[in-house]
Design a protein around this ligand. Structure first.
Ligand SMILES: Nc1ncnc2c1ncn2[C@@H]1O[C@H](COP(=O)(O)OP(=O)(O)OP(=O)(O)O)[C@@H](O)[C@H]1O
Ligand SMILES: [Mg+2]
Length: 399
C-alpha cells in the first residue's frame, strides 16, 4: 500500500498533480483513491464531472474510471458521521454562553475537525487495505500543515488532560448544575472522544512509515513560493514524514515568446537550480507550463508522463530523511546526511532563519525552526557520513 500527500502553496498545482498521478497509477492497475479537503470541489472540475453527481454522493468515494475513485470530504457530512456528540456539546456550550444558535453551531466546527476526518479515512482505508494507493490533495500549506501535528497532540491530550477532565467532570457535574448555567460535558461526549481516538490509533505510525507514506511538495520557480516550500519541507521533516520529491510545476517551455518571457525564463532557471541545491538529495521533478488549463483525462495523463516519464508514479523517488532536528541536554541538534563527507573543513553560515553548510563544493540550505534560529553558537562535527551540528545559546538554549 502507498500513501502520497500532495502539498504546497495555494494555486501551485496540487489538485492537478494529485489527479494526474492518480490516473497514471490507476492505469497501471493500482486500485487508487484521491481524497481532497478542498471545499471548492476542484477535483470534480478537473475530471469534468457534473457537479450534482458529487453533491448527491455526499462526501463518499465516487468511481471516475477503472481503478480510480475520488472523494471530496464534506465537513457537514463528517460532523454527522464522526463528530455527533462532540459537536453537540460544543454548540450547546457556545449557545449557553450567549451566542446565537446558528453562530454557535458554526463555531463548534473546530479547526482541525476536517483534518482529523481525513486522518480517520486514511486509517480506515489502510486498516482494511481498501486501496493500493491513497493520494491526498492537501489544502494550501499555511492551513494544512496543522494536520500533521494532530495525532501527537491528540495523544497528549488523551493521556494527560482527558482522564483528568473526565474525573473532574464527574465530580463537578452535580455541583456545577447548581452554581452555573454552563453545561459540563456528559459521558457521551467523553465516550465520543475516546472512540474517535481509538479510530485514529496507529495513524501516526502510518504517516511516518517511509515504506508506505511520502510527501510530494508541489512548487513553482518563484522566490516566494520556493521559500514556502522550504518551510513545508522543514515542518514535514520535523514531524518525521518523508519527502520523496519536489514537483517544480509551471516552468515556461523553451519555445515560449522570447521577447516577452526572457526575464521570466532567466529567473525561473535560477530558482529551479536553487531548488535543486536546497532539497538535494530529494529529486526535483520539472513540469512545464501547458498551453492551457489541465482538464480532463487525456491532458492529465499527458501531464503525468511529463512528471514521471516511464517511472512508476507510486515509486519512492527518495528514501530517508536528509536532516533531522533533535534536542539533547537542552540544546538543539541538527543531523544532516552528507553524501560526500570527508575530513575537509565544514563551513557553516547562519543568516537569520537559514543555515548554509558548505563542504567541498557541496552547499546546502536548511531553514531553521524558530527556537533553533535563535541560537548564537553553532558548531559541527562529522560522524561517519553524518554531520552533527549543535546549536547553543539564544533565548531557549542552555549554553
Ligand atoms: N503545468 C501546468 N500547465 C498549465 N496549467 C496548469 C499546470 N498546472 C496547473 N495548472 C492549472 O492551474 C490551475 C490551478 O491548479 P490546481 O487547482 O491544481 O492548484 P492547487 O494547488 O490545487 O490550488 P489550490 O491551492 O487553490 O487548491 C488549474 O487551472 C490548473 O489547470
Ligand atoms: Mg487544489
Amino acid at each position: 500500500m502507498r500513501i502520497i500527500f500532495f502539498a504546497g502553496k495555494g494555486g501551485v498545482g496540487k489538485t492537478t498533480l494529485a489527479a494526474a498521478t492518480g490516473l497514471q497509477a490507476a492505469k497501471k492497475g493500482n486500485k487508487t483513491i484521491i481524497i481532497s479537503l478542498d471545499i471548492a470541489h476542484s477535483l470534480s472540475d478537473i475530471f469534468d464531472l457534473p457537479k450534482d453527481l458529487l453533491d448527491l454522493n455526499r462526501g463518499k468515494p465516487l468511481k471516475v474510471s477503472d481503478n480510480l475513485w475520488i472523494q471530496e470530504l464534506d465537513i457537514q457530512e463528517e460532523i454527522e458521521r464522526n463528530w455527533g456528540e462532540i459537536h453537540k456539546y460544543l454548540s450547546t456550550l457556545f449557545n449557553t454562553t450567549g451566542l446565537d444558535e446558528i453562530v454557535a453551531e458554526e463555531l463548534a466546527i473546530l479547526p482541525g475537525m476536517e483534518e482529523v476526518s481525513l486522518l480517520l479515512y486514511i486509517n480506515h482505508y489502510a486498516r482494511r487495505r481498501a486501496y493500493d494507493a491513497i493520494l491526498l490533495d492537501c489544502a494550501p500549506t499555511g492551513e494544512s500543515l496543522r494536520f500533521i501535528s494532530i495525532p501527537t497532540t491528540l495523544e497528549w491530550y488523551i493521556k494527560k488532560i482527558f482522564k483528568l477532565e473526565k474525573t473532574l467532570a464527574k465530580i463537578a457535574r452535580p455541583l456545577a448544575k447548581r452554581l452555573y448555567d454552563v453545561p459540563l460535558p456528559g459521558d457521551e461526549y467523553f465516550d465520543a472522544i475516546e472512540k474517535l481516538f481509538n479510530r485514529l490509533h496507529g495513524v501516526e505510525e502510518l504517516l511516518t512509515n517511509p515504506e508506505v507514506t511520502s510527501v510530494r511538495l508541489v512548487t513553482n520557480p518563484e522566490k516566494i513560493v520556493l521559500k514556502e516550500t522550504q518551510r513545508a519541507f522543514l515542518y514535514f521533516s520535523l514531524f518525521g514524514m518523508h519527502i520523496d520529491g519536489i514537483i517544480m510545476n509551471r516552468i515556461l517551455p523553451e519555445a515560449s515568446d522570447e521577447n516577452f518571457f526572457s526575464q521570466w525564463k532567466k529567473s525561473q532557471k535560477l530558482y529551479w537550480k536553487q531548488a535543486e541545491s536546497y532539497f538535494e538529495p530529494v529529486p526535483v521533478l520539472p513540469v512545464t507550463l501547458f498551453k492551457n488549463e489541465v482538464l480532463g483525462t487525456d491532458k492529465l495523463l499527458h501531464l503525468a508522463t511529463k512528471v514521471y516519464g516511464r517511472k512508476d508514479p507510486l515509486a519512492h523517488f527518495y528514501r530517508g530523511m536528509p536532516f533531522r532536528f533533535t534536542k539533547e541536554d537542552g540544546n538543539y541538534m541538527l543531523t544532516v546526511k552528507m553524501p560526500f563527507a570527508s575530513k575537509e573543513r565544514v563551513q557553516l553560515n547562519k543568516t537569520g532563519d537559514e543555515l548554509i553548510i558548505r563542504l567541498a563544493g557541496f552547499k546546502k540550505h536548511i531553514l531553521l525552526p524558530r527556537q533553533v534560529a535563535a541560537a548564537d553558537s553553532v558548531t559541527a562535527k562529522l560522524d561517519g557520513d553524518r554531520l552533527r551540528i549543535q546549536f547553543k545559546g539564544g533565548e531557549n538554549g542552555k549554553g
